[in-house]
Every structure is written in C-alpha cells, then in structure tokens.
Design a protein around this ligand. Structure first.
Ligand code: ACM
Length: 534
C-alpha cells in the first residue's frame, strides 16, 4: 500500500509550497497535495489492531461527538476506512514520526510507535473541517479531508509547555484541557510548577501540613505598584488521586509531566507549614506578594531528608525521567546571617553560599540518580558548578547554555526573551490585561532559534528542546492563561516540532487564521491578531 510513497517522496523537498489552504500547525516536514478528498461518512470505520487501539479510541473520541458518526473501530480493513498501523521496522521516519496519506480510497497513518501514530492522528484531525475540534454536535452528512501525502516528525525531543499553578491554583479540569491543547500542537512535555512561596499544590502524605497550611494564603497581590491586593483568600491543591489521574491522562496523549518542586528558594509556603525548614525564628505565612523572597530553606540534614522524602512521593506519582527541583532565585541573605548555615559551610569546606547552593542541589541530584531519575533545574543551578548528570533549563542568558553544553550537560531552552508568555502581547499595554511586564509578540516567539549560532554540532546535540513558560502571578484563571498562551504556543510548537528549513513567518501567518478557527471551535480563549496595534 505504501509502495508509491517513495516516488512521491522524491518530489518533496524543503521548499514545498506554502500550505495556505490547509493551515496545518505545526508545519509538517513535507507535504504533497493530491487530487480529490477522503470522505468521512456514515460508512467510515477505523481499522486498528491491538497496538493501535488506544490511538483509534482517541481519534474516534475527537470525531464522533461533532460529526455524529458512529466510526466503529474494527480489526478488518474496509475500503474507505481510516487505517492505523504501527510498524516498528518502517523506514524514513523517526520514533515520533509518521506517514499520513488521504485520498478517495481512504486514510492511512503508519508510524513506528504509538506516539508517531498519535501525531499522525492529530494531523488528520486538522485536515477535517474545524468542527473536528468542537465538542458540540455539528453534524454534516460528510466531512472532507483533502488528499495529501505527509511525511513528518519532530525536530526536538523536548517540546514543552509550563504552567505555574502555585501563584494561582488551576482546577483539575483546566489542567486536563491545557494538556489536551499541548498535545493538539504535538507538544510532549508538561512542566507543572507545583510549589512556590505563595502556595504548595501537591498532596504529600508524609507531610500533610504542606497542603493543609501551605496550599492556602489569606490575600493576593493584584498589582505591584502601587501595591494593590484582592483582600480575598486563595488556595487549592491536587490530591495524589488527582495527580495520578492527570499523569495518566497526559500519558495517554504522549505528554510527559515533569513536576517541579522548588528549592532551596521559592520555599515560603513550605516553611509556613513546617517552620523548622526555615532560617528565622519568627513564624511565616504563605506568601501574598510576588518577587524574589528571602525566606529560603535552611541547609540542615533534616531539611535535606524532608525534601528527599517529598521527592520520594513525587517519584512514585510521576514516571518522568526528569524531576525539576527549581533552583532559581535563591537569595543568600539568610544563609549569610545564619550561624548554622555558616557552620555547615565550614564543616563541608565550602567557600561561599553559591557553593552551598551547589551542595544542596547535589544532595538532590545524587538522590534522584540513585532512583534512576535525572535532575533538571533553572539556570542558577550552574552557580558553584553543575551537578554531574544534571540538566539545565535555560531561562537566563546564552552564557549559561554555552557553559552547560560545553561541559556535556543537556539543556532545555526556555529564555525570558522568547518563551515567557506572561509578558505583554502588545506594546499598547493599556489595551491588554495587566501583566508582569515585558513584551513578547508572536513574531518574536516564532523567530526563536534554540540552537545558538556559536554551538558546535556536538554541543547542539545537548539541546533537548524548547518550552514556553506560563507564570501566573497576575493570571488568576485558566481563561486568562489561555489568552496569554495562544496563539504564542502555536508559534512555539512550530519552533519545537518543525524542521528549521520549513519554518517561515509569512507562511506561518498564512496558515494561522485557519488554525485559529480550530481553536475557536475548541473553545480556546486565544488573543485575536490585531497587527495594527502590536
Ligand atoms: C524563573 O523565571 N524564575 C525561572
């Protein structure tokens, strides 16, 4: 069935014509249009064996409600069906790649793995009318998917989207929707920022006060200057049962959740729950203001043990190879003033507080490595030397990325300049909801190149990928988070997925309107394009 593919592959090259009418996002590596269309009708079935059944069920789950069609899943292939096939020996695509062909005769997706098959199914969904993204019934007698032949696969292995649920708690249903929308854009890592000064959001059975105390704050800063507050309590957390459900939901959509437990800074909520983890005698409350806060974990053995106990429960919930331990913005004021921290530094022969931070991170790195996991942390874990095996999430400058890759450490590129989606989307800030600052327009996101020009080929291999950040200091609802995330995440998905040579801003903008219609059908509260005011 795939014999003619090679002939048509020969026609494909990096300058394949813009796909302005199909509006596929992220753009596939290669696409050839054919004559006619595949018709989805009352006669259509999905052909899947055991290995393809989960993808078939997801595809049917997307298409059945809006189309009103039965779309039975069958093992026997019928003419005109959607045929899903995993062939581990297939050539010409990588592990997450796929071949997709649609024609009057049927639709076929073939991939080496379930992930590849899933991405092919996502592309097929985009070939149907926009209603394929709606949950509401909008039956037409038949849906057309134009005839195409697509060979596709990702550029980067780590295609991430982050969500800070510590500054504002987002209910489980919102988190599940967020994961769906990452998967829709072929993104495969959900970085879940679960703890911070203003809230601890994951149940830890051994330390129940982390959530009974640490998940609740009495007030919330609405504006930094002049300081304005909500005057209302805020809180919430995910039970371990919630977390298991979310992890399983994500895994079914080929999204790995990387949990982040912040240390040694951004720790005030935990210290409010368990004061013995801190450096000062006075009791603390869960934070209500934003910024870099001096209340950080102390360096006692008992604190290291406490955090390792937390990580033990976290590892039991999250199968991800990587566990994020934060590591950013840890002021050293309290460590400088603390007799016991200073005594510990002396005992360990550490020259300064940066070396102390490095020692702290190493305790976690060794612990995680013993359990077969890997540590990842923000740029500052470079201070005092990167622990062996640790990976760096680069949010600060290029220098840190270069230092990491040149010493053989893996990195994820997540720089403020191009990936902080809490920044304003317009220079005309008065027209936008209040934001933390900055200005990150869509074209700047699209222009992001995660491989730095000065990296050698060997160093570039350590760039695992790229991710966007959704910090929520001033974002109190999932609806507002969607406004900040889309369409910038559409642009970033292309940075992460599409081959560098097929990425082109004008071409992206010609495809985007059609994709935004899909997001509308899907109920996404994306920011409308208004190029006149940007
Ligand atoms: C960060 O934005 N503090 C990682």
């Amino acid at each position: 069935m795939f014999a003619p593919l090679c002939a048509s592959l020969a026609l494909m090259n990096s300058s394949s014509p813009p796909d302005s009418t199909l509006g596929l996002i992220p753009k596939p590596s290669s696409l050839v249009r054919g004559e006619g269309a595949f018709i989805l009708s009352a006669d259509t079935s999905i052909t899947a064996g055991q290995g393809e059944r989960a993808t078939a069920a997801l595809l049917a789950g997307w298409l059945r409600p809006p189309s009103g069609l039965a779309l039975p899943i069958m093992t026997d292939r019928k003419p005109g069906s959607i045929w899903l096939k995993i062939d581990p020996a297939m050539r010409g695509v990588g592990n997450e790649g796929y071949h997709l062909r649609t024609s009057e005769k049927g639709a076929e997706i073939i991939a080496k793995t379930e992930a590849g098959l899933f991405y092919g199914a996502q592309t097929l969904r985009q070939l149907f009318p926009k209603e394929a993204f709606s949950a509401a019934a909008a039956p037409r007698v038949r849906w057309e998917a134009p005839s195409v032949e697509i060979v596709d696969g990702p550029r980067f292995a780590w295609r991430g989207g982050h969500l800070d649920v510590a500054r504002h708690f987002m209910p489980k249903a919102d988190v599940l929707r967020y994961i769906d929308r990452l998967a829709m854009h072929k993104m495969n890592v959900f970085h879940w920022h679960l703890t911070d000064d203003q809230g601890w959001r994951i149940e830890i059975k051994k330390y129940p006060k982390l959530t009974s105390v640490g998940a609740w704050r009495k007030d919330t800063m609405l504006k930094y200057s002049p300081a304005t507050y909500s005057g209302k309590p805020h809180g919430g957390f995910y039970s371990q049962a919630d977390v298991k459900e979310i992890v399983a939901y994500a895994a079914a959509r080929h999204v790995t959740i990387v949990p982040e437990i912040e240390m040694p800074g951004h720790a005030q909520a935990a210290i409010a729950a368990y004061p013995e983890l801190g450096n000062v005698k006075e009791p603390l409350e869960v934070g209500t203001i934003w910024g870099v806060i001096e209340n950080v974990f102390n360096t006692e053995d008992s604190t290291i043990k406490f955090l390792q106990d937390v990580l033990t429960e976290v590892m039991a919930l999250f199968p991800a190879k990587f566990i994020h331990i934060g590591g950013d913005e840890c002021p050293k004021v309290q460590w400088k003033a603390s007799r016991s921290v200073q005594a510990k530094m002396k005992q360990l022969g550490l020259k300064d507080e940066h070396a102390m931070q490095s020692w702290f991170i190493r305790q976690m790195d060794t612990f995680l490595a013993q359990k077969g996991r890997r540590l990842i942390g923000w740029s500052e874990i470079l201070e005092g030397g990167l622990a062996p095996g640790a990976a760096l999430m680069v949010w600060l400058g290029d220098d840190g990325a270069m230092q990491a890759v040149s010493s053989g450490h893996d990195v994820v590129m997540a720089q403020t300049s191009h990936t902080y989606f809490d920044y304003y989307q317009s220079k005309d800030t008065a027209k936008e909801p209040h934001a933390i600052g900055g200005f990150l327009p869509l074209d700047k996101v699209y222009s992001y190149e995660p491989i730095l020009p000065k990296m050698t080929d060997e160093q570039a291999k350590h760039v695992m990928g790229v991710q966007f950040q959704m910090w929520t200091e001033y974002i109190a609802s999932a609806n507002h988070a969607e406004y900040m995330t889309f369409p910038r995440a559409c642009a970033l998905s292309e940075v992460a997925w599409s081959a560098k040579q097929v990425r082109n801003w004008d071409d992206f903008m010609s495809r985007l309107p059609k994709h935004l219609d899909r997001l509308t059908a899907n109920g996404v509260n994306f920011r409308r394009l208004d190029p006149g005011t940007d």
